[in-house]
Design a protein around this ligand. Structure first.
Ligand code: ADP
Ligand code: MG
Length: 703
């Protein structure tokens, strides 16, 4: 049996208690799991700071010191109780502070002894200290001279309490590394890739990721292991895509008929943009073949995705098939229903609407019409995915604002049609970064609308503090005088729904005082309202009967009121970037100059500041998506959590775009050249893919 399958409990120095902790805190069950538990940074053990040089300017910086622990004393009481050690080198003295675990620390450290101290400088109102430093007796430190870059492993309070902090883990890892042989970690990449990329072997890379002798070794190991992760993911995604394209037949939409042409010649209210035309061509080409289309349509807010959706639906109709358009919210679905019904008025197309609020007799009737083929287009929410919904012949399913639907939900659409699955078009609400798209939608073909309809003015974005509120109200009044409309949006985050609702209600009171009836009319929409009430309020605003719309983020996606020119966002610091960009996209939809006002409190975190700066600096959704990825990391981008395929150990989509691109290209070439990895030099891939495919089965769209 490979050593990697051995339970972690049996590693020297672990035992049952620690094993339990490693399992629950780190998900490490076996030697193999632990081998793949990578450091998240490294300490350069060759460099020491002088205490004299540590000043207020170094707040937050990591430093390493060499000196003597002089005195230990407990100070303060209650919550401020702490253990303070005074640490001295030839140049000065600095305080080491522990707020927790004082007993254990006091027992394990000795005054008068020389230590190497590693930690992060903290400047609290000019008082410099190093809280919770890593301490190692100098003698021990010097005994293992070879270690110049010490790995730092992620730890938790529970682990630290059982002596499994970064240093404790480092010790265990050293023990494990001495046991592991090249046979335990066989190569998973073909020799020619290793040569071409100048990669170390897998065994070497894993050894070096834990204990690099120098930065060059570390860099090579990191590059290699990031590549491994991205390469096998891409290989799997491309394999799935290829399989589907080859095997999954689809309905051939060979006709471009009267519906499409009639609409294009007589009904379409504007000239399509170049990007819209190109994308429609791409879709048309897909649909003409006897293969199922699976296409992602990316486009910025307001780039005109709805029109592309409609024209695709017309293609389905021309070929005798039904089409479904699904949106994530009731309001958005209704708006699509409205606008599409208006666009095709007089063409004799039968359109149905289905959501959770369609009940009783109406629902029954609709379901019957759908099953009998008496409805051509159906527009609705995820209610369309439910089991009782049957189609006569669903040829096309479009999901709008895809990031709200889970992968599982999406795959349910496939089953709504026989003998072939419907063609699928997935539209995103806001752009997602390329690296992320290649990953979570890596098995789809991608079209991009990278052009806005002509005549759009950039929305001017301004940041205001609470103290500027009266000026903001004044500005709203001016715009309303000009006949325009205004949104005021409050965050609504599930955990604090009650509190948020209170915010909104207080906001409503204050705005009502400053914008009194009957001169001003105000709509209010929030998630706790009944759909019918929401719709009523929404409609009043759409018709221009109210000038101000106070809302939670229920209006975030899709809502289209071209006469609205001001978007005031309250508590901006609580919104994510893509959400802010979505909200801003609600204005700037007509010909008038529009404004987005980001209101915040006075205290802002660095993250919030950067988000606000990004918003003020650019209107381009693709740029914002990249900034978002860098700020938050891929796992936090809305809608990606459940995908599971972003749980990288070492790769980082915000940093590793180039590696990803290379990995994808190489994967593509291999699949073209040797799709089943039958050539002898591909046997490492073949062996590894067996395990890999199992591991990632959860996110297969087809499965
Ligand atoms: P999104 O891509 O955000 O879903 P929409 O489809 O809602 O954008 O379109 C935004 C607005 O732009 C709508 O009012 C729509 O009628 C308009 N529009 C779309 N395409 C064009 C075009 N080619 N020329 C002018 N206006 C357009
Ligand atoms: Mg839209």
């Amino acid at each position: 049996m490979s050593a990697l399958k051995t339970k972690i409990e049996f590693l020297k120095g672990v035992g049952p208690t620690k094993a339990q902790l490693l399992q629950t805190e780190l998900g490490v069950f076996t030697f193999g799991d632990f081998v793949m538990h990578f450091p998240f940074r490294y300490v350069d053990k060759t460099k020491f700071h002088r205490i004299r040089d540590i000043g207020p300017g170094m707040d937050g910086e990591n430093v390493q010191l060499k000196g003597t622990l002089r005195r230990m004393e407990t100070m303060g009481n209650g919550r401020a109780k702490r253990l303070v050690g005074r640490f001295r080198d030839e140049t000065g003295v600095i305080e080491l502070v522990w707020f927790k675990g004082a007993n254990w620390i006091q027992k394990s450290l000795q005054t008068g002894v020389e230590y190497v101290v590693y930690g992060r400088v903290n400047d609290f109102k000019g008082r410099i200290s190093i809280p919770h430093p890593e301490m190692e007796p100098l003698a021990e430190n010097q005994a293992k001279k070879a270690l110049t870059l010490a790995p730092v492993y992620p730890s938790t309070d529970k682990l630290t309490n059982k002596n499994l902090d970064a240093r404790g883990q480092r010790k265990l890892m050293a023990v494990l590394m001495n046991k592991i042989t090249p046979e335990d970690l066989p190569e998973i990449l073909p020799q020619y890739i290793l040569e071409k990329m100048k990669f170390p072997s897998r065994y070497t890379a894993i050894r070096h990721i834990h204990f690099p002798k120098n930065p060059i070794e570390l860099r090579a190991a990191t590059h290699r292991l990031k590549f491994d992760e991205l390469f096998f993911l891409q290989l799997r995604l491309l394999q799935l895509r290829k399989k589907r394209k080859g095997a999954l037949k689809g309905y051939p939409f060979t006709q471009i008929g009267d519906y499409f042409m009639g609409f294009y010649k007589e009904k379409i209210p504007f000239e399509l943009t170049g990007a819209q035309k190109r994308v429609i061509k791409e879709i048309r080409k897909d649909l003409g073949q006897e293969k199922q289309m699976n296409r992602l349509l990316q486009g910025d807010v307001g780039s005109g995705k709805t029109m592309v959706a409609l024209m695709t639906m017309l293609m389905a109709l021309d070929n005798g098939y039904q089409a479904a358009l699904m949106a994530p919210t009731e309001i958005l679905a209704q708006q699509h229903y409205q606008s599409i019904s208006d666009y095709v008025k007089g063409m004799g197309i039968k359109i149905g609407f289905l959501s959770g609020s369609v009940k009783g007799k109406k629902r029954k009737e609709l379901l019957k019409f759908l099953a009998d083929g008496d409805i051509d287009f159906v527009i609705g929410t995820h209610a369309l995915l439910e089991d009782p919904v049957e189609f006569k012949n669903l040829g096309l399913a479009i999901t709008d604002e895809q990031h709200r639907f889970g992968v599982k939900q999406r795959s349910r659409l496939w089953k709504k049609s026989k003998p072939y699955p419907p063609h699928i078009l997935v539209m995103t609400a806001t752009p997602i970064p390329r690296t992320l798209a290649m990953t979570i939608y890596g098995d789809l073909d991608v079209s991009v609308i990278d052009e806005l309809p002509p005549g759009r003015k950039e929305v001017k974005t301004i940041h205001k503090y609470e103290s500027g509120r009266l000026r903001v109200f004044g500005f709203m009044r001016e715009e309303i005088e000009k006949g325009r409309q205004v949104y005021v949006v409050y965050p609504l985050i599930e955990e604090s729904e009650t509190l948020d609702l209170k915010n909104l209600e207080e906001g409503f009171d204050s705005i009502s005082r400053d914008f009194p009836k009957p001169k001003y009319q105000i709509s209010v929409v929030h998630g706790r309202m009944k759909p019918a009430d929401k719709d009523f309020e929404m409609q009043r605003f759409i018709k221009g009967e109210t000038q101000i719309m106070i809302a939670t983020t229920v209006i975030e996606v899709g809502v289209n009121v071209p006469n609205a020119t001001v978007m005031v966002i309250e508590n901006t610091e609580r919104f994510g970037l893509s959400q802010l960009h979505q909200l801003r996209g609600r204005v700037g939809r007509g010909g008038d100059q529009s404004y987005c006002i980001l209101m915040t409190g006075n205290k802002l975190s660095n993250d919030s500041k950067q988000r606000i700066q990004t918003m003020c600096a650019t209107n381009n959704g693709f740029e914002i998506a990249d900034a978002d990825l860098k700020l938050r990391g891929p796992g936090n981008i809305e809608g990606t959590q459940q995908s599971g395929m972003l749980n990288f150990k070492i790769a980082d989509l915000a940093q590793d775009g180039e590696i990803l691109q290379t990995a994808r290209e190489i994967a593509q070439r291999i699949l073209e050249d040797d799709p089943n990895f039958e050539k002898p030099h591909h046997s490492p891939i073949k062996n590894y893919m067996v395990h890999y495919a199992k591991k990632v089965k959860g996110w297969s769209r087809i499965g």
